[in-house]
Every structure is written in structure tokens, then in C-alpha cells.
Design a protein around this ligand. Structure first.
Ligand code: COA
Length: 166
């Protein structure tokens, strides 16, 4: 398996938007009402918003490719020396094959190279696989918060990893 982790270009926006929508739907599509899901996908992953983010240094993306096919991505937003891991998603058919771990290590390295003092994220409290995935990378739960998707509300853990990297 030839795994490549690279920084996407602005020209990759449409393909990135597509994988963003597909991976989100695969992971969480079942929990939302269909209308809420469609609204969320269109609002979060339209070509314009992805293109704008790709041009903005505060937003750092990495994509994972296997034998040239895009299979996952990570999105980091940097503000006040804190890296916010907004997303890390692998296509369903590629989950559990070690790609997420490599992608996470690389995006942590991006945060460190951009002089972040820590990296944090929020994860749905019911998502045991993702929570375990982050714990294995030495993220710790620091607090909880409620995230709203239209009229739907979900409890999230805030998880944090402080630098220097261990
Ligand atoms: C979470 C996600 C990014 C992890 O990527 P992945 O490629 O599946 O994970 P990997 O195969 O690299 O596994 C990394 C580590 O997590 C562990 N892990 C993976 N799935 C697990 C599970 N179901 N239970 C326990 N541990 C698990 C692996 O054993 C591995 O640990 P190790 O290195 O100590 O052996 C991926 O599963 C995914 O995209 N899930 C759906 C979207 C999602 O939940 N994103 C995060 C939202 S906050």
C-alpha cells in the first residue's frame, strides 16, 4: 500500500469538497435528520468555502492518497498559537488500516512547525472509535461542550494535546 500525505492545491478544492461530504455522510449521516444533513453538508463543504480556506494560511489541509486515490484528509485551523483540528476523516473502506494515524501525526507536525503550543479538537461523546484514536495519540479530555446543528444538539468532548510533542 503506497500512502502519500500531501498538501492540497487550490485546484483540488472540488475533489476535496467531495471527499469532505462523502466522509461526513458515511460517519454521521445516520444521526441527522436528512434536511439537517443536507443543509450542513452544503454550508460546510461547498467549493467556495473550501477554496477560500485553501488560500488562507490559517487553514492547513493535508490529504491522504493510496496509489493516487484520495482516501482521507485533515483540516487544521490555527488561531493564537493554538491548532484546532477541525476534521480528520478517512473514507469508510479505508478505515482501520493505519492511514488516520499517519495523517494525525503529520497534521500535528504542521501545527508544531507553525509554532502552535497545543492542538485541540472536539469529538462527539458517543464516538468511541475516534475518542480511542485520539487517546492513543496522547490527546486528553479537558472539558465538554454542546454543539448545535440546526435544532439538533450533541454533547462533545474537548480533547487537547500540549507541545512539545512526545
Ligand atoms: C477516526 C479516524 C480518522 C481514524 O483513522 P483510521 O485510519 O481508521 O485509524 P488507524 O487505522 O490509523 O488507527 C489508529 C489507532 O486507533 C486505533 N483504533 C482504530 N479504530 C479503533 C477502534 N474501533 N477501537 C479502538 N481503537 C481503534 C488503532 O488500533 C490505532 O491504534 P494503534 O496505533 O495503537 O494500534 C477514522 O476512523 C475515521 O475517519 N472515522 C470516521 C470519521 C471520524 O470519526 N472522524 C473524527 C471526528 S472527530
Amino acid at each position: 500500500m503506497n500512502i502519500q500525505i500531501t498538501k492540497p492545491k487550490v485546484e483540488d478544492a472540488a475533489q476535496l469538497a467531495k471527499i469532505c461530504k462523502q466522509t461526513y455522510t458515511e460517519a454521521y449521516g445516520y444521526v441527522h435528520q436528512p434536511k439537517v444533513l443536507q443543509f450542513y453538508l452544503n454550508q460546510s463543504f461547498n467549493n467556495e468555502i473550501i477554496t477560500t480556506s485553501l488560500k488562507d494560511e490559517k487553514h492547513q489541509f493535508l490529504i491522504a492518497k493510496v496509489d493516487g486515490e484520495m482516501v482521507g484528509y485533515a483540516h487544521l485551523f490555527i488561531e493564537n498559537k493554538v491548532g484546532h483540528l477541525e476534521r480528520i476523516y478517512i473514507l469508510r473502506s479505508w478505515i482501520g488500516k493505519g492511514i488516520g494515524k499517519i495523517l494525525l501525526q503529520k497534521i500535528i507536525q504542521v501545527a508544531a512547525n507553525k509554532s502552535c503550543s497545543s492542538i485541540q479538537l472536539s469529538v462527539w461523546t458517543e464516538d468511541e472509535r475516534a475518542i480511542e484514536f485520539y487517546k492513543r495519540a496522547e490527546f486528553e479530555i479537558t472539558s465538554t461542550k454542546i454543539r448545535s446543528y440546526n435544532n439538533e444538539k450533541y454533547n462533545h468532548f474537548i480533547m487537547k494535546k500540549s507541545f512539545p510533542l512526545s
